[in-house]
Design a protein around this ligand. Structure first.
Ligand SMILES: CC(=O)SCCNC(=O)CCNC(=O)[C@H](O)C(C)(C)COP(=O)(O)OP(=O)(O)OC[C@H]1O[C@@H](n2cnc3c(N)ncnc32)[C@H](O)[C@@H]1OP(=O)(O)O
Ligand SMILES: CC(C)C(=O)C(=O)O
Length: 562
């Protein structure tokens, strides 16, 4: 029986049967190359009778991937190239036409053996099915030395009849017998017993490769495949990301990593270079348009991500606390400690250290409290958020400038214009109007003129925090101190220039935008010691700006001053 498990990849055949997963011939060829480099033993390249294009794709794969081992393939032999065919001469001829250029071609033919399928789908008796298997396997054998036969719906076939079917196929020349749980109906104990029963009851079974092919309708495909392997099967039919008909096939990465990670239990090996798993997974997802669910085992975005504080603390102390395999083993660059509302001080402090900051004691407590407040509002806190938050720690909220009024004009019939009225640190209210590429740009230009900005806008994000037409919009901005500014901030110039963030919420998104921008500007100003050079007014003929006297008593018209 040996301890080597052949990996038979059917991403390009059963995987392509996923609704909407149809790939172009060139995509299939690229994936076949990637599968070869990954180290799969067998590539089921397609179902050539399905269409001329599928036949052409299978042929191209046989020629370019199946003739020679392509560069980077771990084995010195090219993979076996398989073409699937119904138990009909026409299908078998088409499949042979596709695979024949390969160094190791294999014709795969199948026929249903469950009473349900024979009666309702094939409308054939058991005798007719046995006769067809004998005839078609023998015919295929006249074309190709390697023949795989699959009794479709074996999982629901009557075991005694199945033994007869397999015996017939061996006698007719089959070299591989594949046992499919076509509709993902069996449970691991049943499937393991089915394989064990086949080994015990089919003459000549030890001279052929016994293969398993499971579907995931009950989420048991990987468990059933492993049960089949434990019972003696030495070929697993799998797909990348587990794609395939309906709920999919057994996923390649799960079976391979189960055998790899639990090697002492199974005592089995494969030829797969596991470090390529993540890359091939992404490639298949892109080609098929089937997104990998984030919590997918081995290759999902969250497979090596930890969000909760207790887990993150454990991971920082010893990675084996919450990871049974290293991310590098499957080609993921590193463990991801995601900072979010469930994170604790240990993870926050470790991330800050990796960003070049060190906080402890009360300072860490303060940053942690602000981090939690932010995490409550966001799904994830990114490094950029932390950067802003850390700088805010040095520059707490101040109200140097406050918004007194805003008027915007925008649309398709003129230049977007904004008039902004701010109360300034010297107690005066200043008004400025500006035009921009849009109302926010115009408003920000007006603010810049009044606050005499010494920063550049890095990021502007807007989201709706409530639903409906009266939704509250929240704007978050990040600004960075301008480079080369002289004076008190000279030490912060260059790439180390400080970043400040501000948030604003309002049902009017332009108002929210200006509030957010002002908060960021206020923080910058506080961090620079409150230094502000009041802009020169319109009357001085330099900056067109109105300065309004502060004395607004009971709504009286403000008097003008310069
Ligand atoms: C479990 C699996 O994954 S099986 C593989 C599934 N893959 C595919 O179906 C590949 C894509 N299929 C196709 O392109 C088309 O179905 C074709 C070209 C293969 C056949 O198309 P059509 O000739 O129009 O037949 P159609 O698909 O409508 O019906 C299938 C026929 O094949 C018969 N059939 C099904 N399985 C087999 C088999 N293993 N051996 C022989 N005949 C079979 C059915 O009984 C039915 O015959 P009927 O028309 O006499 O009733
Ligand atoms: C053709 C066979 C192997 C199949 O795909 C199945 O039964 O699921």
């Amino acid at each position: 029986m040996g301890n080597y498990v052949r990996i038979f990849d059917t991403t390009l055949r059963d995987g392509e049967q996923s609704p909407g997963a149809t790939m172009t011939s060139s995509e299939k060829l690229e994936i076949a190359k990637a599968l070869s480099r990954l180290g799969v033993d067998v590539i089921e390249a397609g179902f050539p009778a399905a269409s001329p294009d599928d036949l052409a794709a299978v042929r191209a794969i046989a020629e370019h991937v199946g003739r020679e081992p392509i560069e980077g393939r771990p084995s010195s032999e090219p993979p076996t190239i398989v073409g699937l065919a119904r138990a009909t001469k026409g299908d078998i001829d088409a499949a042979w036409e596709g695979i024949r250029p390969a160094k190791h071609p294999c014709l795969h033919t199948f026929l249903s053996t469950s009473d349900l399928h024979m009666k309702h789908k094939l409308r054939m008796s058991r005798e007719q099915v046995l006769a067809r298997i004998a005839e078609m396997v023998a015919y295929a054998k006249t074309l190709c030395p390697a023949i795989e036969f699959s009794p479709e719906d074996a999982g629901r076939s009557e075991p005694e009849f199945l033994y007869q079917v397999l015996d017939t196929a061996i006698r007719a020349g089959a070299t591989t017998l594949n046992i499919p749980d076509t509709v993902g109906y069996t449970t691991p104990d049943e499937f393991g017993s089915l394989i064990a029963g086949i080994f015990a009851n089919v003459p000549g079974i030890d001279d052929v490769i016994v293969s398993v092919h499971c579907h995931n309708d009950l989420g048991l495909a990987t468990a059933n495949t492993l049960a089949g392997i434990r019972a003696g099967a030495r070929q697993a039919e799998v797909t990348i990301n587990g794609i395939g008909e309906r709920a999919g096939n057994t996923s390649l990465e799960e079976v391979v990593m189960a055998l790899h990670t639990r090697a002492p239990k199974f005592g089995l090996t494969t030829g797969i270079d596991t470090t390529q798993l993540a890359r091939v997974s992404r490639m298949v997802s892109t080609a098929t348009g089937i997104v990998v669910q984030p919590n997918k085992a081995v290759v999902g975005a969250n497979a090596f991500a930890h969000e909760s504080g207790i887990h993150q603390d454990g991971m920082l102390k010893h990675e084996a606390t919450y990871e049974i395999m290293r991310p590098e083993t499957v080609g993921v660059t590193q463990t991801n400690l995601v900072l979010g509302k469930h994170s604790g001080r240990a993870a926050l402090s470790a991330r800050l250290v990796s960003m070049g900051y060190s906080f402890d004691g009360p300072a860490l407590d303060r940053v942690f409290a602000r981090f939690k407040a932010l995490a409550d509002r966001r799904k994830q806190v990114h490094d950029a958020d932390l950067e802003a938050l850390v700088h805010d720690e040095a520059a707490p909220d101040v109200e140097a400038f406050t918004l007194e009024g805003l008027l915007v004009g925008c649309g398709t019939m003129g230049m977007p214009t904004a008039t902004v009225r701010l109360r300034c640190p010297d107690g005066k209210v200043r008004v400025h109007a500006a035009v921009g590429t849009g109302p926010v740009d115009a408003a920000y230009k007006a603010v810049d003129a009044i606050v005499q900005t010494r920063a550049t806008l890095l990021e502007f994000t807007v989201r709706s925090v409530t639903e409906g037409i009266d939704a509250l919009g929240e704007v978050a901005v990040r600004i960075r101190e301008l480079h080369g500014h002289e004076g008190v901030r000279a030490q912060h110039d260059g790439p180390q220039a400080r970043v400040f963030h501000g948030n604003g919420a309002d049902t009017d998104i332009i108002v929210a935008s200006v509030k957010a921008y002002l908060r960021a500007q206020n923080r910058l100003m506080a961090a620079t010691g409150g230094v502000w050079d009041a802009p020169v007014s319109r009357r001085d003929g330099v900056v067109p700006m109105e300065v309004i006297d502060l004395q607004l008593v009971n709504g009286a018209e403000p008097s003008r001053a310069s």
